[in-house]
Design a protein around this ligand. Structure first.
Ligand SMILES: NCCCC[C@H](NC(=O)[C@@H](N)CCCCN)C(=O)O
Length: 450
């Protein structure tokens, strides 16, 4: 007997489902990056230091790392399902961003401190930390949603398009942040993010209706889902050398991209003399490049393979980019823009090879657990590196002061990023060696017929 057609068999409905949840993630990436270009203005207007900015930026991952929120989120996703987990994640993002907005706007004394940080900074960071839990849990929920609707269909393309749409959120955030803050007030960009997140929350509730309908039609049993978080699988994953190499590559590579971008606007202004209205757009160029190139490289990897070599190439490009940014005598703004474009290419190469590689190393049953653990380790870098860079800037890099904001020499921070990029290249090389030894098939194409 022919199987009954369900909602996911309709091209229009399944791509609409993707569009709806991708919007929620786009809003999340917008809020994630909206504060980055404001670093200098935060110093001038709200008396933040670089250490404060690093503390705030790293706060995104604080609860995910130290309270294991990503792990609990993974467990909750399996125990209570997509709809409840996704709604809670979206509510956390809205609540966290509202708290962050309050921390930036309320009339909090700049003198009073909390755990050694100004109260306003602490409040904004606490909000961003709650937002970070919501954003990361929403990330794994959306991965599961895409697997649910696109399994046996255009799964790879759908995942690539979702990440590409999220990059639009980042790029728009980098471009509009400073102009908005200058035209209205320093907190206006965050307020806009809050509005987008509320719309994202509403769209997720709309998605939940579709999800319930699909479950009714397909009799979708969460127990049968292959991507569950399970403590049984944790041990098997942790003893797989492929896991450690991918997780290390992920934390090192992403530590050279996301935290770097957060400080990049100021680097563009301080070192290359780029106007502050344009600096954010340039710092956001990697997201724009990745938006276009990630699907292109995805198709290449599907048809030709060479995943391990591509990860090495991306890491090598990153070493070159950060090293040239570190050289104090190269100050031409065109060089800065070209380097940002090259970083964008590397930022497309590595993720488009790395995320599908996870599916080659682990059986489908362990995928959810493997992704949650890799995200967890990645978050350690997303917490630690901004704190480290902020501390280095305050203690070793101040070279002057202009309009109540410090001027910084970024040589040391950029050499720190070069160090991480070098380590990521070594790990990518070891991954290629391990691929040969254990036969993961990372160099093989993802699809048989192209
Ligand atoms: N199917 C996995 C896609 C992962 C996309 C990846 N996102 C992350 O790694 C997040 N854990 C961290 C996002 C932080 C955003 N600034 C990506 O490349 O964005």
């Amino acid at each position: 007997m022919e199987k009954e057609r369900t909602l996911r068999d309709s091209v229009l409905v399944r791509w609409s489902a993707l569009g709806i949840v991708a919007f929620t993630m786009m809003a999340a990436y917008f809020v994630n990056d909206i504060m980055a270009p404001l670093k200098t203005m935060l110093e001038a207007n709200l008396d933040w230091t670089s250490r404060d900015f690093g503390f705030f930026t790293g706060a995104y991952s604080f609860l995910n790392v130290f309270l294991l929120m990503l792990i609990w989120g993974g467990l909750m996703l399996d125990r209570f399902g997509i709809r409840l987990t996704g709604k809670i994640a979206a509510i956390l993002m809205v609540f966290g961003t509202a708290l962050q907005y309050y921390g930036m706007t309320a009339n909090i004394s700049t003198e009073a401190t909390f755990f050694g940080y100004k109260q306003g900074v602490f409040m904004a960071a606490a909000g961003y930390s709650i937002f970070g839990v919501g954003a990361e849990v929403a990330g794994i929920t959306v991965t599961k949603i895409i697997a649910k609707w696109f399994k046996g269909k255009e799964l790879g393309t759908a995942m690539g398009i979702q990440v590409a749409l999220a990059r639009i959120g980042s790029q728009v955030a980098y471009s509009v942040s400073i102009p908005l803050a200058k035209s209205f007030s320093i907190s206006t960009p965050v307020l806009l993010g809050l509005v987008l997140l509320v719309v994202g929350l509403v769209t997720f509730f709309i998605y939940a209706v579709m999800d319930r309908k699909l479950d009714k039609q397909e009799d979708y049993a969460e127990e049968e889902d292959e991507s569950k978080f399970s403590f049984k699988d944790v041990k098997n994953i942790l003893i797989n050398p492929g896991f450690w190499l991918i997780a290390l590559l992920c934390v090192l590579f992403y530590s050279c991209v996301f935290p770097f971008q957060k400080f990049a606007s100021e680097l563009m202004i301080n070192k290359y003399g780029i106007s502050d209205n344009l600096a954010g757009t340039i710092a956001g160029l990697p997201a724009l490049g990745a938006l276009i190139l990630t699907p292109v490289f995805g198709i290449y990897l599907d048809c030709k393979g060479k995943g391990a070599s591509i990860m090495m190439l991306g890491a090598a490009m990153l070493i070159g980019v950060h090293c040239i940014y570190a050289l104090p005598f190269i100050t031409n703004y065109l060089v800065a823009i070209i380097l940002m474009i090259i970083l964008g290419i590397a930022f497309s190469l590595v993720p488009s090879a790395m995320w599908p590689s996870v599916t080659k190393i682990f059986p489908a049953r362990q995928l959810g657990t493997a992704y949650a653990l890799i995200f967890f380790i990645q978050n350690i870098g997303l917490w630690g590196v901004p704190n480290l860079i902020g501390w280095v800037l305050d203690n070793y890099c101040v070279v002057g002061n202009e309009n109540n904001a410090n001027l910084y020499d970024y040589t040391i921070p950029m050499f720190v990023f070069t160090g991480f990029a070098t380590l990521s290249f070594i790990v990518a090389y070891l991954l290629k060696v391990a691929d040969k030894k254990y036969g993961y098939g990372l160099e093989k194409p993802n699809m048989k017929d192209c």
